[in-house]
Structures are given as C-alpha cells and as structure tokens.
Design a protein around this ligand. Structure first.
Ligand SMILES: CC(C)(COP(=O)(O)OP(=O)(O)OC[C@H]1O[C@@H](n2cnc3c(N)ncnc32)[C@H](O)[C@@H]1OP(=O)(O)O)[C@@H](O)C(=O)NCCC(=O)NCCS
Length: 171
C-alpha cells in the first residue's frame, strides 16, 4: 500500500510521547533493531522530548492523523569536537513498514540536521537489519564498517554496521 496523500511530518511534542514510546517498544520487544532492554514509558518519552537540545529534534510522520513512525536527530557526543556531528534513528509501526514511510522520515531528518548546521550524520544499524541498511544507502549514507560482536543481548552477540552521510554545509 503506497502512502496516502493524507501524510504529514511535523515536530513531536510531549503530547506524542505515548505514540512514540509505543512504536519504539515494538522494536524493544522484538529485539531486532535497538540495544535498549526495557520498554520505555510514555512519561520517560515525554521527558526525553521535552529535554531535547534546540539543535536536536524528533519528527513524527502522521497518516490520517495517526502516528505511523518517528525519527530523531540527536548529538552523537557531548564533546566539543563533535558539535557538528549528529546521529539519526527511525522507527516505523511494524504493520506499516515497506511503504516508503521510513524513507520519508529519514529524508526529513537529513533536512532537519542540515538546518541545525550538522555536517556529519551517523547511523548505527544492526547488520542483520538489511532493510534499514538499504534505506540509508538509498538516501546517501555509505558504510564505514562493521563492529563485530559489539552488542550482546539474550545470549547472542550482535554486529552493528556504522553508516555515515556528509551534508553540504558552510565550514
Ligand atoms: C528500517 C525502517 C525504518 C525502514 O522504513 P520503511 O518504511 O520500512 O522503509 P521504506 O519503505 O521507506 O523502504 C526503504 C528502502 O528499504 C529497502 N527495503 C524495503 N523493504 C525491504 C526489505 N524487506 N528487505 C530489504 N530492503 C528493503 C528498499 O531499498 C527501500 O527503498 P525502495 O522502496 O525505494 O526500493 C522500518 O522498516 C522500521 O522502522 N523497521 C523497524 C525498526 C528499525 O529497524 N528501525 C531502524 C533502526 S536502525
């Protein structure tokens, strides 16, 4: 099913915390896309949304007024030398994956990152998550390398592929 015309992307507010947490929790419970261990509560997510730095952003994709997915631009590190480097992540409601929604969110995240004057965007993706790697490659990310056995969850080692995208910015 292609995305309907009734989609829009906007900045998240604390009112979106429940929907954002629910979508993230699908991945936490599935154990296939994030190293987070325990489900995140709406309260915790509201704190996270409310506590974003002015250069950081969470974007929501809505379809017919229903939140279908979200993504974040956040600092890669709080150290001075990484002030122009951010990390992005995207999560789409599982029943709506493969419809182009993740690509739309990721494109909007890159635009938000550019607007916030970030130059280098990092994505850390489970190597087994070939759909996410394909989506990032399609949008201009290149593979930096693979961290073998960098994660350990439920008795298994997890490889993570690091991808990067350089944005056109002023020095
Ligand atoms: C990964 C994710 C964000 C991608 O978003 P999506 O809406 O499913 O992806 P899209 O429909 O925009 O497809 C993007 C590209 O991925 C590739 N792709 C799509 N489905 C795929 C599949 N089943 N296998 C491999 N590649 C696939 C294609 O290259 C596609 O681009 P195209 O349709 O122009 O050819 C989404 O699937 C998701 O949220 N998954 C669960 C959580 C997650 O893994 N988050 C990422 C953490 S790094």
């Amino acid at each position: 099913m292609r995305p309907s015309d009734d989609t829009r992307i906007r900045r998240a507010t604390t009112q979106d915390a429940e929907a954002v947490a629910a979508i993230l929790n699908e991945s936490i419970l599935k154990r296939d896309a994030t190293m987070l261990g325990d489900p995140v509560s709406a309260l915790e997510m509201a704190r996270r949304i409310g506590g974003l730095h002015e250069k950081e952003t969470i974007l929501i994709l809505e379809e017919g007024g229903v939140v279908r997915g979200w993504g974040i631009v956040r600092f890669y590190s709080d150290r001075l030398g990484y002030a122009r480097t951010c990390e992005t992540s995207v999560f789409v409601r599982r029943e709506h994956t493969g419809r182009g929604l993740g690509s739309r969110i990721q494109r909007a995240l890159l635009e938000a990152a550019r607007t916030a004057d970030f130059h280098h965007v990092v994505a850390r993706i489970w190597t087994a998550n070939q759909r996410s790697i394909a989506m990032h490659a399609k949008l201009g990310f290149t593979v930096v390398g693979t961290q073998r056995d960098v994660g350990y969850m439920d008795g298994s080692w997890i490889d993570v592929t690091i991808m990067q995208c350089l944005l056109e910015t002023e020095r």
